[in-house]
Design a protein around this ligand. Structure first.
Ligand code: FMN
Length: 387
């Protein structure tokens, strides 16, 4: 395996993760729904946007520091909530939360995490963000919100684009269902990942930590699976968001907005921020890329609410382009998961270093020394989406 010092871009991390993580979990991370058209568009559309180079501008004393929902960040990048992160690497959520804290960016813990809220707070410190999926069992949701508060989470991210599940062919073929039914080929593949197996044998964290032991009647992996599969609530609506906001009482971020009408409803819900996101191309295949959807939403509500974005970010250039198009903050999903699967905590730290360096240097090439000065004037007209 390559030494960490030879890793210079997110693609390097992806290749190492592909070798180290069992196929069924690598595929779970690195895939989109149906034709994966939206998944590909998320990255391709970033590539089409061109930057305007400036020269002989004083580039000394640069800063990428900013804020997201009023919290200071070393750069406008948070770690996105991702389910089953503790399956990319043993204790994955704790390791990623530690790396994010050390770097000075937010970590968002998924409802579907392996390490529980309390466990992450105890081993990586409080202050991380918590992502909520709205389940049919509202008493469970109430308790989750209360647990996130008690653990010292500093923002709640409510995901609205997963009332029903998008279909990923690879997950079905790999038997990644709840409960998992790995194929023989997967089991053989698993046997080629001794490092991963050793990690898993060395940790007690192998279940959905936020759910296991917190729902009556759910005692083992098979009824936990059945409960989870039935729980995503197709009736979710904006009334639920109001109720969540009241119960939570802190910073609220709405995730999964792709059109101005829904952005308007997010503003009316009283949220502090919304995330333009197509769930990394994992839900509605055929939707445009998130960077394509961003400008119309910024134009519609950008003066009333913080607009963030995710889906497709693989470099600091992508972060800069999103910021130039009005995203106050961005989130990385796979970019940090590759780092985690490849090298654990150090790999996540590496992913953040890589993105930060690319962001800082690209900003300088565009003639800006402070991220707060970045706007669409750094982009080449005709190459970027407009409202
Ligand atoms: C493996 C994986 C699991 C995910 N699980 C969740 C989740 O539990 N909750 C959620 O709101 N979003 C989830 N997402 C979506 C991410 O939060 C984010 O929107 C997406 O990863 C951004 O795209 P990117 O991976 O191209 O950066 C998941 C994404 C991936 C790749």
């Amino acid at each position: 395996m390559p030494d960490l010092s030879t890793i210079t871009c997110i693609e390097d991390l992806r290749r190492v993760a592909q070798r180290r993580v069992p196929r069924m979990f690598y595929d779970y991370c690195d895939s989109g729904s149906w034709t994966e058209g939206t998944y590909r568009a998320n990255q391709d559309d970033f590539q089409r946007i061109k930057l305007r180079q400036r020269v002989a501008v004083n580039m000394e004393g640069r800063s990428t520091a900013s804020t997201m929902v009023g919290q200071e960040v070393a750069m406008p990048v948070a770690l996105a909530p991702t389910g089953l992160t503790g399956m990319q690497h043993a204790d994955g959520e704790i390791l990623a939360a530690r790396a994010a804290r050390a770097f000075g960016v937010p970590f968002t813990l998924s409802t579907m995490s392996i390490c529980s809220i309390e466990d992450v707070a105890q081993h990586a410190g409080p202050g991380f963000w918590f992502q909520l999926y709205v389940m049919r069992d509202r008493r469970f949701i109430e308790r989750l919100i209360d647990r996130a508060k008690a653990a010292g989470c500093s923002a709640l991210v409510v995901t609205l684009d997963l009332q029903i599940l998008g279909q990923r062919h690879k997950d079905i073929k790999n038997g990644l269902s709840t409960p998992p039914k790995p194929t023989l080929a997967n089991l053989i593949n698993l046997a080629t990942k001794p490092r991963w197996i050793m990690g898993m044998l060395g940790t007690p964290r192998r279940k959905f930590g936020n759910i296991h032991g917190h729902v009556e009647g759910v005692t083992d992996m098979s009824n936990l699976g059945a409960w989870t599969a039935d729980q995503f609530d197709p009736r979710l609506n904006w009334g639920d968001v109001e109720w969540i906001k009241k119960r939570w009482g802190g910073k609220l971020i709405i995730k999964g907005i792709m059109v101005p009408e829904d952005a308007r409803l997010a503003v009316e819900s009283g949220a502090d921020a919304l995330i333009v996101s197509n769930h990394g191309g994992r839900q509605l295949d055929g939707a445009p890329s998130a960077i394509e959807a961003l400008p119309a939403i910024v134009d519609a509500v950008g003066r009333e609410i913080e607009v963030h974005m995710d889906s497709g970010i693989r470099s600091g250039q992508d972060v800069l382009k999103a910021r130039a198009l009005g995203a106050r903050g961005t989130y990385i999903g796979r970019a940090f998961l590759y780092g985690l699967g490849a090298y654990g905590e150090q790999g996540v730290a590496r992913a953040l270093q890589i993105i930060h360096r690319e962001l800082d240097l690209t900003m300088a090439f565009c003639g800006r020394t402070n991220i707060e000065q970045v706007d669409a004037s750094i982009l080449l007209p005709g190459t970027y989406p407009t409202p």
